[in-house]
Design a protein around this ligand. Structure first.
Ligand SMILES: [Zn+2]
Length: 138
């Protein structure tokens, strides 16, 4: 394993997401009342405040909503700079913040808003696989 960055904190309300990443699946919470997918996991739907939520297996497909090149970072991320962060419009709805892989942060002109991306998972430890996104075809 080469992942050396901080591992996100986990809770009971996020366990289905982490179980999915370990199996190579992107799981997203969906409200069974208004049927909308939301990201990040919460105890209630951010759209209608229902607590009737379920998890769905997402396609792992999305498009770049926006991005930024991080030339300076702090803590464990400092040695990763420069790198590209992006908001991904998930095919199922809502957006996910990510580190975009497979792009040259010194050639941001090659990154296009609306470009198709796909999720991939990097093992961080035996129970944690971190999702990253990559341009389709890269
Ligand atoms: Zn809802």
């Amino acid at each position: 394993m080469s992942y050396k960055l901080p591992i996100p904190a986990k809770g009971t309300h996020t366990q289905p997401f982490w179980d999915g990443t370990k199996a190579g699946q992107l799981m997203l919470p969906r409200c069974t009342d208004c049927n909308r997918v939301h990201w990040y996991p919460r105890f209630i739907c951010p759209f209608c405040h229902s607590s009737d939520l379920e998890w769905i297996q997402a396609s792992g497909e999305g498009t770049i909503h926006t991005y930024a090149v991080q030339h300076m970072a702090f803590g464990a991320w400092a040695k990763e700079a420069p790198y590209v962060t992006a908001y991904i419009d998930l095919k199922e709805g809502d957006r996910m913040l990510t580190v975009l892989r497979g792009v040259d942060p010194l050639r941001p002109q090659d990154i296009k808003i609306g470009a198709a991306v796909t999720v991939e998972f990097e093992p961080a430890d035996d129970d944690t696989h971190i999702p990253f996104w990559r341009l389709v075809g890269e």
